[in-house]
Design a protein around this ligand. Structure first.
Ligand SMILES: Nc1ncnc2c1ncn2[C@@H]1O[C@H](COP(=O)(O)OP(=O)(O)OP(=O)(O)O)[C@@H](O)[C@H]1O
Ligand SMILES: [Mg+2]
Length: 264
């Protein structure tokens, strides 16, 4: 095992056992090492277990087989070292945008003026200035998603688990948020596991991309996607376009397998 790894996923399985219906083997024998301060993207067909893997690393699901270590310690529960942006936002419906972003900061025990300043800075960063007093039900899907992102980033965790964090955003907002995320990652280096369906986004943001196989998910390939810089002009370079193509083909193969398996 790589002594340098910050997060070690070793031979992990996960089976969902719904109260009604058959058990579902979501992850089978999955192993993955993530280095400190690495930006890793996870790509794979719908249903291959990407969210399940993030929940396990986040400590939201029990580890039934295999082990997950963070900084050498087995994951047993959620912790302040790991911030998660859930695929379905998971905001508190009874709290405003400000209340949602403040929530994590209150738990950290920051003094009130500092909490409020920090919450406001992240609300502004995600472009929700003017919506501080709105409730989630009064926001669009993209605005809810941005609230969830602000809430998690404000806590400044050393590990960021992001499950399709920009999925509900329009192309322009998405591009702005990508730039902000990269700035944060460069300014206060963090380890990021970033789930996306967008191959171009994965190649642009991440240093390595792990491609997962169709369910039961495991890591099919790991592709290095480091470029000399992250200027958006690289999106048009030959190397970048070739990398996107290469990954597209891998993901498409798995998506076809996933479809065949469900018989659709
Ligand atoms: N609570 C649950 N009960 C039963 N099966 C579940 C449950 N949650 C997920 N699954 C199954 O586990 C598998 C993996 O689900 P998961 O949500 O991790 O996939 P995913 O890769 O995140 O998919 P997507 O890209 O659509 O978000 C799927 O086949 C799904 O049907
Ligand atoms: Mg998912």
């Amino acid at each position: 095992m790589d002594g340098q790894a910050q997060i070690v996923v070793e031979r992990v399985n996960h089976t969902y056992r719904p109260p009604r219906g058959r058990p579902v083997l979501a992850l089978s024998d999955i192993s993955l090492d993530i280095r400190p301060r690495e930006f890793l993207a996870l790509l794979g067909p719908s249903g291959c277990g990407k969210s399940t893997l993030l929940y396990l690393v986040g400590g939201f699901l029990p580890i039934e087989a295999g082990r997950i270590l963070v900084e050498g310690k087995p994951v047993a529960a959620p912790g302040p070292d790991r911030g998660i942006v859930f695929q379905h936002f998971a905001l508190f419906p009874w709290k405003t945008v400000r209340g949602n972003v403040l929530y994590g900061l209150e738990r950290q025990g920051l003094p009130r003026p500092e909490r409020e300043k920090r919450a406001q800075a992240f609300i502004d960063m995600v472009g929700l200035h003017g919506f501080e007093d709105s409730y989630p039900s009064q926001l669009s899907g993209g605005m809810r998603q941005r609230t969830a992102i602000a809430r998690t980033l404000a806590i400044d965790p050393s590990i960021l688990l992001m499950d399709e964090p920009f999925g509900a955003l329009d192309a322009q907002t998405r591009s702005l948020m990508q730039t902000e995320l990269l700035k944060i990652w460069q300014r206060s280096p963090k380890t990021v596991i970033f789930v996306t369906h967008d191959v171009q986004e994965a190649v642009y943001l991440a240093e390595r991309v792990a491609v997962m196989s169709a369910r039961p998910g495991r890591v099919k390939a790991i592709v290095e996607t480091k470029f000399p810089n992250r200027d958006p002009s690289i999106l048009r370079s030959k190397e970048f376009v070739e990398k996107v193509d290469q990954l597209w083909n891998m993901v498409r193969d798995e998506a076809i397998k996933a479809q065949e398996a469900t018989g659709s």
